[in-house]
Design a protein around this ligand. Structure first.
Ligand code: GRF
Length: 227
């Protein structure tokens, strides 16, 4: 029987690209059976572009400042994605709001990582806002992308504690460590077809995922790595 083609992804970034790096590393370490076909950045100086080049991944700069409006910018990215035909498009620190057309063209094939326990703290400055709200736990969420900003159905969340003397910076480091574990893992679940979007709702092993998706803590990560 011919081998099935490797699950392919495109990653969209705007900056540092530490989540991109985590995905690259997971593939290299055989923890994620996938291939990155393309990395798109809207910023020329994004460190993530260097990370992609270092890993031998094709890169594309789509500079949003060169387009008249959001729709034209999004169309340029859609054109590139149509050429590469990835199975999944992964937003990893991509700092542009996407048009309804872009989101609906990739319905069920577009996921994002957000640094909070959604629906809490949508938008930016999430660590600062978690501290100001006196939250005792914080974390990150992976969700399918819909037209509503940071509002699509949540696939998985990973929690971290907030300690009494925490700062924004300390919290950011703690959350990012979880992000780097959680994102490759969720991509792997989608690649293995264990996880999919059915009628607008995430389904894991044929069971609907409710209440904020899969809840990860360090102790149960291994379960989901099992092939
Ligand atoms: C991450 O914190 C992610 O949750 C948010 O943007 C940040 C990107 O970081 N969407 P990096 O570029 O992957 O280092």
């Amino acid at each position: 029987m011919p081998a099935s083609p490797t699950f392919s992804i495109a990653v969209l970034i705007s900056g540092n690209g530490s989540n991109l790096q985590a995905i690259i590393d997971a593939i290299k370490n055989n923890e994620l059976d996938a291939t990155i076909k393309l990395v798109i950045s809207n910023r020329q100086n994004a460190k993530g572009l260097d990370r992609a080049k270092e890993a031998g991944i094709p890169t594309l700069l789509v500079d949003h400042t060169l387009y008249l409006n959001r729709e034209e910018f999004d169309q340029a990215m859609l054109d590139a994605l149509t050429r590469y035909q990835p199975d999944l498009v992964v937003l990893a620190g991509f700092m542009r709001i996407l048009s309804a057309k872009f989101v609906s063209a990739l319905c069920g094939k577009l996921i994002n990582i957000h640094p909070s326990l959604l629906p809490l703290h949508k938008g930016t400055h999430t660590h600062k806002r978690a501290l100001e709200a006196n939250d005792s736990i914080h974390g990150c969420s992976i969700h399918y992308v819909t037209k509503e900003l940071d509002g699509g159905p949540v696939i998985a969340q990973s929690q971290v504690p907030i300690y009494p003397n925490d700062t924004e910076e300390l919290l950011a480091v703690r959350v990012q460590k979880e992000e780097h574990r959680l994102y490759p893992l969720c991509i792997g679940l989608i690649a293995k077809k264990k996880l999919e979007l059915v009628d607008g709702a995430p389904v894991l092993d044929k069971q609907p995922l409710t209440n904020g998706g899969i809840k990860f803590r360090q102790s149960n990560y291994d379960t989901y790595y099992l092939k």
